[in-house]
Ligand binder design. Structure first.
Ligand code: RIB
Length: 314
């Protein structure tokens, strides 16, 4: 049987990560505990997580003609992500994320998009053959919004299932929303997209309902250690999170989205896909960094002692 294929259209960043005891206040200088360069970017993180979980994945994106770009591409190739469609840009440098993580696992992230913002609609047009070949398209909001819109629309035209992780949060026009089969926001992103301030379960459902009316088919809202919810026109289900010893939440959302894409291409029912993704998210927060923390399928299989391997391989 043909293995289903996923394309990720998104960002690649080199994460410059400072670990600190606490977050500095405005105007404060503090001495950090550690510094590392870690491969990141929401798009690349999702592509790597998909590959580590056994998915067949290609990535479309752009890096600068520099060492960071070279290193990111090499790492993706080593992780078995197909990188033939990642372009190089001579004018801008590779995207960078300045990340601070404190001892309570809180983080702050500043992204300098660089080459990520140089991806164009014309370039996506040239990749339509690849988009038409895949079963699932996954994208986020760290590349130009017109490129996100074009990619989603063209994928829909070709009958490809579309997943949008609307991160970092921003307002989206109705044309984008209506091109999304499965939207995976966190609570903050959902608030911004729906314009509804969420303080109760009722408001959470109202926000989901508003997006369904705009044309999204399904929503999974991630709620951190409170779990997640699944929402469609006819269904509403709650899922609890797995307990984790959280040291760094960077890329937890990315790994969750990736796991859902892998689950769906393995024909998992939504409950099973969300359970799988919850385990992947819990494993991710228990390690430091973005791509450095993304688990392999075997680690997910070992997650519960009584876990039966066959559950995840249909
Ligand atoms: O989601 C985590 C990612 O956000 C980091 O890897 C960083 O590059 C930013 O894009």
């Amino acid at each position: 049987m043909r293995m289903k294929k996923i394309v990720v259209i998104g960002s690649l960043n080199m994460d410059l990560v400072a670990n600190t005891k606490h977050m500095p206040k405005i105007g404060e200088t503090i001495i950090g505990l550690d510094f590392k360069q870690i491969h990141g970017g929401k798009g690349a993180n999702q592509a790597v997580a998909i590959a580590r979980l056994g998915g067949n994945v290609s990535m479309i994106g752009k890096v600068g003609n520099d060492n960071f770009g070279e290193n990111l591409l090499k790492a993706l190739t080593e992780d078995k992500v197909e990188t033939n469609h990642i372009m190089k840009e001579n004018v801008s440098s590779t995207g960078i994320a300045l990340i601070t993580v404190d001892e309570k696992a809180n983080n702050t992230i500043i992204v300098i998009p660089g080459a990520n913002y140089k991806v164009t609609q014309e370039e996506i047009h040239e990749k339509l053959e690849l988009i038409g070949e895949v079963d699932v398209l996954v994208t986020q909001l760290e590349i130009p919004i017109d490129v996100v819109k074009y990619s989603l629309r063209r994928a829909k035209d070709k009958g490809v299932f579309t997943i949008l992780n609307p991160a970092p949060a921003q307002l989206l026009d109705d044309e984008i929303i209506s091109s999304v089969d499965l939207l995976i926001p966190n609570e903050t992103e959902l608030q911004i997209l729906s314009g509804i301030e969420i303080q109760s379960e009722e408001e959470l459902l109202e926000a989901c309902s508003k997006l369904i009316k705009k044309g999204v088919k399904e929503l999974i809202v991630t709620l951190g250690d409170k779990g997640s919810i699944y929402f469609t026109e006819n269904e509403y289900k709650k899922f609890t999170a797995y307990k984790a010893n959280a040291v760094d939440t960077t890329a937890a959302g990315d790994s969750f989205v990736a796991a859902i894409a892998v689950g769906l291409t393995n024909n998992f029912k939504i409950e099973k896909a969300i359970d799988f993704a919850s385990k992947v998210g819990a494993l991710t927060v228990s390690k430091h960094g973005a791509q450095s923390s993304l688990p392999f399928l075997q680690e997910v299989m070992n997650f519960e002692e009584d876990y039966n391997e066959k559950r995840y391989i249909d």
